[in-house]
Design a binder for this molecule. Sequence first.
Ligand SMILES: Cc1cc2nc3c(=O)[nH]c(=O)nc-3n(C[C@H](O)[C@H](O)[C@H](O)COP(=O)(O)O)c2cc1C
Length: 165
Amino acid sequence: MKTLIVYSSKSGNTRKLAEAVFDFLPGEKILKPVIERPDPAEYDFVVIGFWLQAGKADPASTEYLEKLAPSNVFLFATHGAGTDSAHALNAMKVAKELVGTSKIFGSFSCQGEVKAEFLAKVQKKDPPPPWIKDAPAAVGHPNTTDIADLQKELERAVTLLRSSI
Ligand SMILES: Cc1cc2nc3c(=O)[nH]c(=O)nc-3n(C[C@H](O)[C@H](O)[C@H](O)COP(=O)(O)O)c2cc1C
């Protein structure tokens, strides 16, 4: 199985997960930042990681997802919002809709620590964005538990994918 892992990361959280995906998945694989716009054509599996900005996938990832040729996809994300918050769940739903012509084999998201300076700035906004109340709890994430949970979802997705090809 040939896997392309594509990620976007401003402060390192999503890259940390992308590297864990790379280490975990078997077979031939390649890890690429989204700014390189890697062509998914030759890959059996395309794993795409993004971070949330303004309630949705960051702009570079949004563009990549919108233009993605039909592929077998797994999506993952990090965000300041709580893992099961409506904000985070909705952002993943919207990201899945962007890759409408692809087959989605699974997804995962978790909190990612928000830089203290940025957090302090955003907390002063009036009104503050909905996700900011959860952001203090994101300190230290993604952690080893998040990575183990991501691996479980990936394992599930790979089993499904193998049974479909
Ligand atoms: C400019 C900016 C906007 C953000 N907007 C959101 C948002 O709308 N929702 C959210 O849950 N987190 C938001 N965050 C938090 C990041 O999504 C989170 O810290 C993420 O883990 C960052 O990933 P990275 O380290 O890979 O860049 C924002 C962070 C920044 C810097």
